[in-house]
Design a protein around this ligand. Structure first.
Ligand code: GTQ
Length: 344
């Protein structure tokens, strides 16, 4: 591949003439924006351990009252993007949120999509679009774009959850904003109960639900049972994984980021296919090694790490029993844009 001319190759007066007219020569930057063979990722393999994060989050609980925070969150920022950018990857934002007993994080709605993966504690809930979604360890609760949501806590111990948002992308598009609201009244039934059994859907008077987000809470108990059921039938060596989908359509549950859960059986090592989207791994149960192109992480329960797109990733079960990994990725976005790639 030919080495291209640099900026310094050009006479200063020519460069200044371009700058004065808001013009930029492409060739000095062509290889940077179109690198050969594989994108240049700012996303660096990074791990955030819960043991280090939790005391700092609890300290935030003492330092900053909820009224002064609205959402009391420590952002898991990737140093490759610069911490102030609050990005785990190009499109993924991660935050660990703390709600103390009796606290309330007021209702709002915003354009970025969010999900919450509950890390610890009982008694808190998120009300989404009039549906009260209880929070238990391992549950996934969706707060899709435009839907009202607020968090409350009737329990007795701190509750912590992992927020995953497509905020970096929506912000980059200059489409990110919030609307403040009033406390919601709970009007809707528990959607996860209506969709609790695979293969059948509610169809009152022969009608399917027309809701874009028919299911808002995916209880860990159900997801874990689905993985256990698959594992019981799968021959050794066949990976055991489920995706969080819209039960009415089978599509990804949200438009931009994709979510799945993976079970590693005792002794199992999984080499993931090399794919274009960046990924986030959060350990729900067990213990797991994550190798991201030679960078080795050890995940204990509630630990989180990320991998850039196009990086080979290997997951290794370190527990005596099964391990369960929650995965977020940018696949739905990339598929819609036509740039998704799986190299096998
Ligand atoms: O709980 O609504 O981590 O609006 C970032 C923005 C959480 C939330 C975040 C948010 C929220």
């Amino acid at each position: 591949m030919e080495t291209l001319g640099t900026l310094e190759d050009l006479p200063l007066d020519y460069r200044e003439a371009l700058t004065a007219r808001n013009l930029v020569p492409l060739w000095p930057s062509l290889r940077a924006v179109l690198p050969p063979g594989r994108p240049a990722s700012k996303t660096r393999p990074t791990q955030w351990t819960y043991a280090e994060l939790k005391p700092l989050l609890l300290q935030a609980g003492e330092l900053t009252p909820i009224e002064k925070a609205e959402r009391r969150v420590l952002v898991l920022a990737n140093p490759g993007h610069g911490l102030e950018k609050m990005q785990a990857s190009a499109s993924i934002y991660l935050g660990m949120q703390l709600l103390l007993p009796g606290e309330w994080a007021p209702a709002h709605r915003h354009t970025p999509n969010a999900v919450r993966m509950i890390v610890e504690g009982e008694g808190a809930y998120t009300t989404v679009d009039g549906e009260k979604c209880p929070m238990s360890r391992g549950d996934l609760i969706l707060t899709p774009t435009g839907l009202w949501h607020e968090h409350g806590h009737d329990g007795t111990a701190p509750v912590v959850w992992l927020d995953v948002l497509d905020l970096p992308l929506v912000y980059y598009m200059e489409a990110s904003y919030v609307t403040e609201g009033e406390a919601q009244t709970v009007t809707a039934e528990a959607s996860e109960r209506a969709y609790a059994r695979g293969g059948v859907l509610p169809t009152p008077m022969f009608n399917r639900s027309g809701r874009r987000y028919p299911m808002l809470r995916y209880p860990w108990q159900e997801v874990r049972a689905a993985l256990e059921a698959q594992a019981a039938d799968a021959p050794a060596g066949r990976p055991v994984q489920v995706s969080y989908v819209n039960p009415e359509t089978g599509d990804d549950c949200q438009n931009i980021l994709g979510y799945s859960a993976l079970m590693l059986r005792p002794g199992e090592t999984l080499r993931l296919p090399v794919r274009s989207p960046a990924m986030v791994f959060h350990l729900i149960e067990g213990a797991a090694g994550v190798d991201v192109e030679g960078t080795a992480f050890e995940l204990a329960e509630a630990d989180t790490c990320c991998a850039p797109g196009y990086a080979p990733v290997t997951l290794i079960n370190r527990a005596d029993g099964p391990s369960f990994v929650f995965i977020a990725d940018e696949a739905p976005l990339q598929k819609k844009l036509g740039v998704y790639e799986c190299r096998g």
